[in-house]
Design a protein around this ligand. Sequence first.
Ligand code: A2P
Length: 285
Amino acid sequence: MTEHRPVKDTDATPVKATPTLPDAQTVTEVTHYTDRLFSFRCTRPASLRFRSGEFVMIGLMGDPHPETGKVKPLLRAYSIASPSWDEELEFYSIKVPDGPLTSKLQHIKSGDEIILRPKPVGTLVHDALLPGKRIWFFATGTGFAPFASLLREPQTYEDYDEIIITHTCREVGELTYGRDLIAALKDDELLNEVIGEGFWKKIKYYPTTTREESQKMGRITDLMRSGAAFDDLGVPPLNPEMDRAMICGNLAFNLELKDMLEAYGLVEGANSNPQHYVVEKAFLD
Ligand code: A2P
């Protein structure tokens, strides 16, 4: 796949005044990255409070039942990609041609409505980790989404001296959302003021591809096993005294990395029992 420039839906469709769906929110911006990936922003319910890294259920109304004509909401769990302080919400999604929700969701435009259940939950939160020196964010594909939130969250920089974000994708174009987001942190006046000038220097970004030529090829798991990732990043292998980690990717990746982190001596944490690492499955439908 050749690298695509993100295509923004900048259509200034007026925001609808009267929501017609239950828990409706209005889409404000849609950006397409590849034929498989897009992101969108929407209005945020005034009452919605969440912690950066959490997810909510979002969706659209399904097709009418062939016999009864009844329509039901079609909802899936989506990590909120925007930080907790943002006045809008952002989501990053895959497009699955025959996916019940994403086959429809990929066609949304500014001014359209989506359904958003305002009940945030999730384990990829700072509260689930003990204090540490360095935090690793491990993502594949759309698993980058919760880290898009946490990379814009001031607490990430207050809690850690170093933030390492690894992102493994099949093709180069699939890295665009994350790469552009990280590059934009440098010029983000608000974050530089709130967190401190040059906060972004704490980030080490490690993108890799597996099915298309790029600067760094290979699965992050293999690159860690060989030691190449640690050499490239200039850091020692993970240890439970210094390192904390959050994992979000496809199931096989999550399981493999979880085993590796356990072998380094890290213990899985939860909201009720903070430890060294936490894991969550990326939305794949
Ligand atoms: P690969 O191309 O070698 O399968 P997907 O798009 O299927 O969700 O995969 C996203 C990325 O995650 C791909 O680059 C894929 O590599 C990689 N991946 C899949 N399974 C694993 C795993 N068990 N460990 C590390 N990376 C994985």
